[in-house]
Design a protein around this ligand. Sequence first.
Ligand SMILES: C[S@@+](CC[C@H](N)C(=O)[O-])C[C@H]1O[C@@H](n2cnc3c(N)ncnc32)[C@H](O)[C@@H]1O
Length: 257
Amino acid sequence: MAGWDPELYLKFGGERTQPSIDLVSRIAVDRPLRAVDLGCGPGNSTQILRKRWPDATIIGVDSDPNMIAAARREYPEGRWEQQDIADWTADAPFDVVFSNAALHWLTDHETLFPRLLQSVAPGGVLAVQMPSVTASPVHRAIWKIASDARWSDRLAAARNAQTMHPPAFYYDVLRPIASRLDQWETEYLHPLEGPAAIVDWIRSTALRPFLDALSTNEERQTFVGRLLDNLADAYPRLADGRVLVPYRRQFLVASPA
Ligand SMILES: C[S@@+](CC[C@H](N)C(=O)[O-])C[C@H]1O[C@@H](n2cnc3c(N)ncnc32)[C@H](O)[C@@H]1O
C-alpha cells in the first residue's frame, strides 16, 4: 500500500487538528514529565501537546515514513520515532499517552486499549480521539461503491482497514481497570466547497486504502466519479453554494486504577 500523503492530509490541517485541541483541553495533568503522541502524523497533534506542556519530554510515534519525515522537517527540535503502535511498548511509564485520529487504523482494541492504559504512570492519562463515522453519508457511499462485484474481492481488506467500535465498547474494556473514565462525542460541522472538496478531505484518510487497492488509474477515476455522483445527492447545497459535512468523533480520557 502506498504511504500517507502529509501535504494532502494537511490541506485540512485546521479541521484535523481541532480535535487534538479539544482533547488536550480535557486532560487534567498539569505538569507531565513524559508524553507520547501515538500516530503523530506530520506532527500537528504533537505540537498541540508541546504548546500545552513546553517543559515535558514529548515523543511522536508513527509507522509511516512520509509522515515522520514531514514531522521532522516541520519540527526538527522534536523527538520522532518511526514505529508501529502494534509493536510499541513504553520504556518507562508516560504521564500522558495521547492519540488523535490514529488508533482506528489498528485492530484488536480489546487488547490494545488496556495495554496502552498500562503504559500510563499513576496520576496520568490515556487520551484518545477516533472518528465515529459509520453513519456518515460519504463513508456509506464509499462502502456501497466498494461492494460492486467489479472489485469487491480486491477491496475486502480496505473495507476492514479501520476499526470502529461504539463508546460502550471502550467503557466495557477500560472501566474495570480505570480509576476514572470520561467519554464524549462531538459532531464537527465542516463547510466545504462541494463534493470535490469532500473527496479531497477523505482521499488522504478513509478513501486511501480503497484507491490504493485498485489496479489502474482508470479504476480509481471510475470509483471517484461514482463517489462524486453519490455525494451530490447526500450533501445539499447551502445558501452560499457550499455543503455542510458533519463529522462525528469519539473521545476518551482514562486514568489507570
Ligand atoms: C489521520 S493521521 C493523524 C495524524 C495526527 N495525529 C493528527 O491528529 O492529525 C493517522 C496517523 O496514524 C498513523 N498510523 C496508522 N496506523 C499506525 C500504526 N499501526 N502505527 C503507527 N502509526 C500508525 C498514520 O501513519 C498517520 O500518520
